[in-house]
Design a protein around this ligand. Structure first.
Ligand code: PGA
Ligand code: ZN
Length: 385
């Protein structure tokens, strides 16, 4: 039984205030903290400022105390009845994740059905957009497809990240961004050339997150790195050029979140993983539409976009049923919470996006390795590229 619930304001990796929540039961104390996005979608659940949450929290606490913690969906239902947007997705997801841990007596994966298989880490190597960097697109990513286990996969991503960092030395490297990806003055084509070469040496594949919603204004896409605006069809051509020239296997949010039609058109023109992040915003109803309209082959799953783990699981279920690969993902503002690693292994996610460099990213990779060792015959999830 839940004896008490408490929250605390803590800082995330960007220095913003986020929520740390603790659920105290007869068996123990279980905690979690909420991540925070910067490149947010219009359809995701809304976070609230701590001051507002503090005022509402006593009422939330009152409803949770006394509940049976063995079924986390009961706690989620209670949170849902209060209203996720009202209490803040940051409060809701911290409580919901802590509730899963309480149900699993500390091990989130146990409450989520156990360990199925292990995801390939989709690692952010060079960045841009609102996360900081010279690129207009937000992320240049690598997938260590040849890795036979998670440790090898993580090592490969780190080796590529180091190699690209050395290479970018001659291209105005200025540091690392919010997600620990390199920041340089090279443009998209130059950067993709460098990353593709490095990835090839390690047998890895390359992808991008365009985060096109951030470039979109009144029907057009503005690319600061190229100093030009692109129409919808020019945007389509640019993406297709990148796919062809750099043999990309993954493209996330190539168009803004309302443009189902362009996503569907791109799907017809390529066989690679077209992935929706802001497009779906981890909302089950939007995944339904996406499956129906054949708008994507992959879906980003960010628990805080949904606000509740039970809702996140519904979104994953629809994605899987519809034949989409689900990509469990961190946010750019992270804490050292490792919940997403458990969620990825328990749902058999083919990919996990948890960054490469930075303590708040590395802890997730370490959790994957720790879980790998818990299983008798661990396997990587089948990745169809
Ligand atoms: P965010 O971006 O966490 O800053 O919202 C991540 C992404 O777009 O994948
Ligand atoms: Zn994204």
């Amino acid at each position: 039984m839940i004896k008490n619930v408490r929250i605390e304001p803590v800082l995330n990796s960007r220095g913003e205030t986020t929520i740390f929540a603790e659920i105290i039961t007869n068996r123990g104390t279980y905690s979690a903290s909420a991540p925070s996005g910067k490149s947010k979608g219009a359809y995701e659940a809304k976070a609230q400022p701590f001051e507002k949450i503090k005022k509402l929290f006593p009422a939330v606490r009152k409803k949770l105390v006394g509940l049976d913690e063995s079924e986390f969906s009961i706690i989620d239902d209670t949170l849902e009845s209060i209203g996720v947007d009202r209490m803040g997705s940051n409060l809701a997801i911290a409580l919901s994740m802590a509730a899963v841990r309480a149900a699993g007596n500390g091990e989130a994966y146990a409450a989520l059905g156990g360990i199925k298989s292990f995801p390939y880490p989709l690692g952010n190597v060079v960045g841009g957009g609102v996360h900081g960097g010279g690129l207009s697109i937000q992320e240049v990513l690598v997938i260590p497809v040849k890795a036979k286990n998670v440790r090898e996969a993580i090592d490969t991503n780190f080796a590529i990240w180091h190699a690209v960092g050395n290479e970018l030395g001659a291209h105005g490297i200025t540091g690392r961004n919010d997600e620990g990806a390199w920041v340089a003055t090279a443009d998209e084509a130059e950067t993709l050339g460098i990353v593709t070469n490095a990835a090839k040496k390690f047998g890895a594949k390359v992808g991008i997150d365009v985060a096109a919603g951030q470039l979109y204004k009144r029907g057009k896409y503005y690319w600061p790195s190229l100093g030009r605006t692109m129409s919808k069809s020019e945007q389509m051509d640019k993406i297709l050029d990148f796919i062809k020239e750099f043999r990309l296997v993954y493209v996330e949010d190539p168009f803004t979140e309302t443009d189902w039609e362009s996503f569907a058109q791109l799907m017809k023109k390529t066989k690679i993983l077209v992935c929706g992040d802001d497009l779906f915003a981890t909302q089950p109803e939007r995944l339904d539409i996406g499956v129906h309209r054949k708008a994507a082959r992959a879906a980003i799953i960010k628990p805080d976009q949904a606000g509740l783990i039970s809702k996140t699981l519904r979104a994953i279920h629809i994605a899987k049923d519809g034949g989409l690969a689900h990509v469990v993902s961190h946010r750019s503002g992270e804490t050292c919470d490792t919940f997403i690693a458990d969620l990825a292994v328990a749902t058999g996610a083919p990919l996990i996006k948890c960054g490469i460099s930075g303590e708040e990213r590395v802890v997730k990779a370490n959790r994957l390795a720790e879980l790998w060792d818990k299983v008798k015959k661990p396997v990587m999830t089948k990745l169809r590229l």
